[in-house]
Ligand binder design. Structure first.
Ligand SMILES: Cc1cc2nc3c(=O)[nH]c(=O)nc-3n(C[C@H](O)[C@H](O)[C@H](O)COP(=O)(O)OP(=O)(O)OC[C@H]3O[C@@H](n4cnc5c(N)ncnc54)[C@H](O)[C@@H]3O)c2cc1C
Ligand code: SF4
Length: 506
């Protein structure tokens, strides 16, 4: 059985598959479409990629049993679909690869009873770091740090290492050269797109009919849905965007949805692209002099470092990780996350882009929607559900550590050493959103004050008992303590009124 994010020809469950003996099962099940209200583009992407993958296996000579969502006999769950298929084919055993979500693994452990045949769960080998290897690395460390994990991965894989076992360019990290704002005049890379074929069009109609009320539009669907097109997307990124990826990695600009980002996460996470091939392609571009080291190292760190690191943490800490809430955040997520109008231009732009594309780049997710959720004290489980629902690349193994760990500090600093809280000043420095906003980013209190400003100070005040002793926040707490009482009271008052109107409390 192949799941919707396991669409790799090299997946472990297919490693010894024999077309003469074995049957491959793929099932579009209702349970997976509704455990959160997914963006319609995400559902369409996965179903279309599944259908194309099935067609490729058939072309190779495999007998593929494919159950569509609208098949009247479809029972709507993986376990019962496996049981039906076992009965249909008289299968003596089943093979599956370890899933990406704890929820599915938990269910999978009951499949033997449901299907009444042995079910072998094989390791997912599509990652650089096997789960036991990560567990071993993490053992005995009170806090984990991505930077140290990443260096181990560089050493272990030899990626961007020289012959003497040293990092190429003499440094592990070139971030000091990155993080520039986008200048007013800069040529943007051309967009990569794939026109929907007949299979995708059929899926788009199915999704439109079945999920009319989900947040997000199907219009303009142009994602790749095959491994071949995903490789073209990779080549396009390497040629056009990688050289400037490092420089503008943290920048945001109104009207430029993707800037120099790769938009490869949907393909990596569904199995259409192999992370090794992606890192190799980037390293080759540097070795051939086609992209600078600050860009290539910055890009590879996201995949060899962050992506592997968050997966390791997820499987190490689940299921408890999903219930963490160190700051005791308790407010509801406001309607603006689901498209309700807002005068805060940065949030409007990022949420609207998410509605259109089911994609936003890292800084938009971290420093705009994520930062705002942190500052208003939104309940982590609700924030996590939003991220899981609205992004085309969202699977819990990657989404949850980013939300609970990186953005909300809900895990108390296990993944990152301090919350990424920031005032409007950061957004103003890295984007042009503030120039088009009805609020004034330079004001902290008053009718036109940027809400990120008073919410930022209010966040620090509200969470002082938890954060004041954090070494990395000592400077900011010192400056907060220098603030005069009248200003502090005005900030708290404005924040309380704003939050009272914006959210409800649980
Ligand atoms: C709150 C929050 C939620 C997120 N949820 C997801 C998610 O559900 N799925 C997901 O794939 N990424 C998630 N990310 C990480 C990151 O934002 C996306 O991977 C990235 O924006 C995808 O776009 P891209 O392919 O253009 O990335 P690029 O900027 O081009 O980066 C290249 C690749 O690096 C990997 N990567 C980069 N940052 C991270 C990271 N922090 N964690 C894991 N992988 C990373 C991705 O595979 C990405 O494709 C989240 C980040 C935040 C802050
Ligand atoms: S002024 Fe504040 S709310 Fe408006 S775009 Fe800038 S940061 Fe966002």
């Amino acid at each position: 059985m192949i799941l919707g994010d396991q669409l790799s020809r090299g997946i472990s469950s297919l490693s010894d598959a024999d077309p003469k003996r074995d049957i491959v099962l793929l099932a579009e099940v209702a349970d997976e479409t509704r455990y959160v209200p997914h963006h319609p583009k995400k559902i369409a992407f996965i179903f279309s990629a599944m259908r194309h993958f099935a067609a490729e296996l058939r072309a190779e000579g495999f007998k593929v049993d494919y159950v569509t969502l609208d098949d009247p006999a479809n029972t709507g769950a993986f376990g019962s679909e496996l049981a039906r298929a076992v009965a249909r084919h008289g299968a003596g055993s089943a093979v599956v690869t370890h899933p990406g979500e704890w929820r599915v693994l938990h269910a999978m452990q009951g499949w033997e009873d449901e299907a009444r045949v042995p079910v072998e769960i094989r390791a997912d080998e599509r990652f650089f770091c096997a789960l036991p290897q990560f567990r071993q690395w993490a053992e005995g460390r009170r806090q984990l740090r991505m930077e140290f994990f990443y260096r181990e991965m560089r050493r272990g894989t030899g990626i961007l290492m020289d012959a003497d076992g040293e990092p190429v360019g003499g440094r592990w990290n070139f971030d000091a050269e990155n993080r520039k704002a986008v200048p007013a005049r800069l040529d943007m890379p051309p967009a990569f797109f794939v026109s929907p074929d007949a299979v995708t069009k059929e899926v788009l109609s199915l999704v439109a009919a079945r999920f009319p009320d989900n947040f997000g539009t199907l219009e303009g669907f142009d994602y790749a849905v095959t491994a071949a097109d995903a490789r073209r997307a990779l080549a396009h990124f390497i040629d056009h965007a990688l050289p400037s990826f490092g420089d503008y990695q943290d920048a945001m600009r109104q009207g430029e949805d993707r800037l120099f980002h790769s938009v490869l996460s949907p393909y990596l996470n569904a199995g259409l692209l192999d992370p090794r091939a992606v890192c190799e392609a980037a390293e080759t571009a540097w070795r051939q002099g086609l992209a600078p080291l600050n860009a290539v190292e910055g890009f590879i760190r996201q995949i060899l470092g962050w992506r592997e690191y968050v997966r390791g943490i997820y499987w190490l800490k689940m299921p408890d990780y999903a219930h963490t809430n160190r700051l005791g955040a308790y407010r509801s997520l406001p309607g603006l996350y689901w498209g309700a109008p807002t005068g805060m231009n940065c949030l409007h732009q990022c949420v609207d882009q998410t509605r259109r594309l089911a994609h936003a780049h890292h800084i938009q997710r971290l420093m705009v929607t994520g930062n705002f959720a942190l500052l208003i004290g939104a309940r982590p489980s609700e924030v996590a559900e939003w991220y899981l629902a609205v992004y085309i690349d969202a699977y819990e193994w990657v989404e949850l550590p980013n939300v609970h760990g990186m953005v909300l500090y809900a895990d108390g600093g296990y993944l990152g050493s301090k919350p990424y809280a920031a005032s409007g000043k950061y957004i103003d420095r890295m984007s042009d959103y503030c120039r088009n906003c009805r609020y004034d980013v330079k004001q902290t209190v008053g009718p036109r004050a940027c809400p990120f400003n008073f919410l930022y100070w209010n966040f620090l005040i509200e969470n002082a008992p938890q954060l004041r002793s954090n070494q990395r926040m000592a400077m900011i707490y010192a400056s907060m303590e220098r603030m005069d009482e009248v200003k502090r009271a005005a900030i708290q008052d404005q924040a309380a009124r704003f939050l009272g109107e914006l959210t409800t409390e649980y």
